[in-house]
Design a protein around this ligand. Structure first.
Ligand code: KMH
Ligand code: ZN
Length: 279
């Protein structure tokens, strides 16, 4: 792991996701303007990376390449955040469209390590797709963030790295996505089990807990020296029954929690070093 950055914490914001509707949550950033404003506010609050899902003119999830490319450009123009595009999309997106996301040339992409039941739906990530997406990320010089929804996916990560070697940039960054109904629970025990079996070549990891598991997972991740992902993709309440006002509010809370653990948010330049991107 990165001893040099031991007192630093990478905060990733996942502001939108693909599973919440604008009608249910008007404060969700779904237009490009809202996303850029959110990104700016979250950078000021302490985030260094943004995990991006975009929406169409009707606020529905889309993988439209033109919109993705425009979004990457707009975020680069307005912020220094590391721009990570979701290749997970929504549970309804076909695999071929998800591979095309890399054509938008982000800094980073999410790469989920296996198929997961996702509430009543299925988040499909068959092994050949995982391998193809990983090789494409190496070719296109995009740094993957390996998303781990279940403990078996940690083993799949060993298998992938054994077969195809290290990612572009030479660093291996993972994110535990916990508490999805169908995946691993959002508990300290599950996090410890996952972290203890990570491949030795992993250089950094973060965690996020969905819904009511957000705080337990964040506290467990801080206790284990991990990084944090926060945002309205993962949670819509700031405390029991109280809606989140903005993504920046969640980033601010992450900074406060990190401060208690004597960790300071990475700058965007430090985040690039941590992830194997050029500064
Ligand atoms: N929307 C979820 C089905 C990712 O961004 O890579 C998948 C997801 C993971 O959000
Ligand atoms: Zn996502």
């Amino acid at each position: 792991m990165n001893a040099v950055l031991a007192d630093r914490i990478l905060i990733t914001v996942a502001p939108t996701g693909a599973e919440t509707s604008k009608a249910d949550c008007p404060q969700l950033p779904t237009t490009l303007e809202e996303l850029v404003d959110t990104a700016r506010a979250c950078e000021v609050a302490g985030a260094a990376m943004i995990h991006v899902h975009i929406r169409d003119a009707e606020h529905k999830p889309t993988l439209d390449l033109g919109r993705l490319t425009e979004t990457v450009a707009a975020l680069r123009e307005s912020t220094d955040l590391v721009v990570q595009l979701s290749t997970g999309g929504s549970v309804h997106d076909p695999l071929d469209r998800r591979l095309k996301v890399l054509d938008a040339a982000p800094d980073s992409c999410s790469l989920t390590m296996g198929t997961t039941n996702f509430g009543d739906d299925v988040f499909s990530n068959p092994w050949p797709f995982v391998c193809e997406l990983y090789q494409l990320s190496q070719e296109r010089q995009v740094v993957p963030e390996f998303e781990l929804f279940d403990l078996g996916q940690v083993h799949a990560l060993h298998r992938l790295l054994d077969k195809y070697g290290l990612p572009y940039g030479g660093k291996v960054h993972c994110d535990f996505v916990m508490g999805v109904p169908g995946g691993m629970p959002g508990t300290a025990d599950a996090l410890v089990a996952g972290v203890s079996t990570l491949p030795d070549v992993v250089t950094s990891w973060s965690a996020t807990g969905i819904g009511r598991t957000t705080l337990p997972v964040a506290l467990a991740a801080l206790s284990k020296g991990g990084h944090l992902r926060v945002g309205m993709e993962d949670v819509l309440t700031i405390s029991r029954g109280v809606p989140v006002e903005s993504n920046a509010q969640l980033v601010e809370r992450a900074v406060e929690l990190a401060d208690l653990a004597q960790r300071t948010p990475t700058s965007t330049a430090e985040a690039r070093t941590l992830l194997g991107l050029s500064p």
